[in-house]
Design a protein around this ligand. Structure first.
Ligand SMILES: O=C(O)C1=C[C@@H](OP(=O)(O)O)[C@@H](O)[C@H](O)C1
Ligand SMILES: C=C(OP(=O)(O)O)C(=O)O
Length: 393
């Protein structure tokens, strides 16, 4: 969030954090990002990088995108290819990686693009480029991915249509519409909630309510998988917030049973595999999760990193090219007693903290700073759950 705000400011947008914690953005209008920005430091965030590349692509801006060691190793070819088709000129480091320089163009060329991989980031990058592109820019997604961008763009008044077809979902955006300012309440992130759902499921005696969890159906794969394993998760007070379904979730400790995780859940739980692997480490039997090759190109190689982390804690893990098989403890504490390399990956750090909540010996994370990437208050919430006085969540 902070990296995105800084990058947007560098391009002329006025973005301020308010005293009540909300963000105020004074828009410059579609097409109005006029200031050339030299280096945009995107920190650790692939989403921010890929979406901003899309936004810049249809503006007369030349920007250099840089990031930390993790982000600099991640593939950007997936957005470079469609954005070049729209007319942007992009010079990337070998392998289509950061640092890269992107020269946007106005007017850009509208394209029709079928996503070769299920990626909401690629879809959103193209739609954002399409906002300032004359004509209709179209994305076809054979496998549905999270649809927050479509909901948000429609809510801001973009002319956007979504149709189903035999080829998949077709999302069309008509360029050059003016967007209307809005006040938006952002629901709680289901990816962050997943840590507490697993924590309560594995720690005996737990009974927890996680408030304000976004339950967009394109994001709820982890809840479906945990329920298949026997997790006791109940939705309370279902409502709509910011155009998204939201509920409070009550989760109680429950014995978990191993499953074969259906591969078609992958797009709706891609960021939750690390913590699902932790749940599997406490289940009875062997959990098999395959079809999640995309995990290899996240903040770290999440298949290899989680295999190493769980093995170090005494869990029997078999690594596959596209996932893991994990033999669970049957609900007992895992041995623990290891220092985990989080590899600049927030989800690894938080997942292994959760694993440490029911371990015979301490689980130590070598570097917990990356947690701030997606959940700066994670440790405050944890302290509050543990009843540590003065904690705030
Ligand atoms: O659109 C988004 O905000 C995201 C989409 C996902 O990436 P892909 O859809 O590219 O897999 C996800 O892994 C990432 O953490 C956030
Ligand atoms: C936030 C995440 O990813 P990205 O860096 O791709 O935005 C994530 O994978 O959890």
């Amino acid at each position: 969030m902070l990296a995105t705000a800084a990058a947007m400011r560098a391009m002329g947008a006025r973005i301020e954090r308010q005293a009540d914690g909300s963000w105020q953005v004074d828009g410059v209008g579609v097409g109005g990002l006029l200031q050339p920005a030299t280096a945009l430091d995107m920190g650790n965030s692939g989403t921010s990088t890929r979406l901003l590349m899309g936004l810049v692509a249809s503006h007369l801006i030349t920007a250099t995108f840089i990031g930390d060691a993790s982000l600099s190793g991640r593939p950007m070819g997936r957005v470079i290819e469609p954005l070049e088709r729209m007319g942007a000129a992009i010079t990337a480091s070998p392998g289509g990686r950061l640092p890269l320089m992107l020269r946007g163009i106005t007017p850009a060329v509208p394209i029709e693009y079928t996503l070769p991989i299920a990626s909401a980031q690629v879809k959103s990058a193209i739609l954002l480029a399409g906002l300032n592109t004359p004509g209709i820019t179209r994305v076809i997604e054979p496998i549905p991915t999270r649809d927050h961008s479509e909901r948000m763009l429609a809510g801001f008044g973009a002319t956007l249509t979504v149709e189903s077809s035999p080829a998949g979902r077709i999302i069309s955006i008509h360029g050059e519409a003016e967007l209307k300012p809005q006040a938006i309440t952002v629901p709680g992130d289901p990816s962050s909630a997943a840590f507490w759902l697993v924590a309560a499921s594995i720690v005996p005696g737990s009974d927890m309510i996680v408030r304000n969890v976004g339950l967009n159906p394109t994001r709820t794969g982890v809840i479906a998988a945990l329920r298949m394993m026997g997790a006791d998760i109940v939705e309370l007070d279902g409502r709509t917030v910011g155009g998204e379904p939201v509920a409070d979730l009550r989760v109680r400790h429950a014995p978990l049973t191993a499953i074969e995780v259906p591969p078609d859940l992958a797009p709706s739980m891609i960021d939750e595999y690390p913590v699902l692997f932790v749940a599997a480490a406490f289940a009875t039997g062997r959990t098999i999760a395959r079809g999640a090759h995309e995990l290899r190109v996240k903040e770290s190689d999440r298949i290899a990193t989680m295999a190493a982390a769980l093995s170090a804690c005494g869990v029997a893990v078999t690594e596959h090219e596209d996932g893991l098989s994990i033999d669970g403890s049957g609900g007992d504490a895992i041995p623990g007693g290891a220092t985990i390399a989080s590899k600049l990956d927030h989800r690894i750090a938080m997942s292994m903290v959760v694993a440490g909540l029911h371990a015979a010996r301490a689980v130590t994370i070598d570097d917990a700073a990356p947690v701030a990437t997606s959940y700066p208050r994670f440790f405050m919430s944890l302290d509050r759950l543990a009843g540590i006085t003065g904690a705030d969540a």
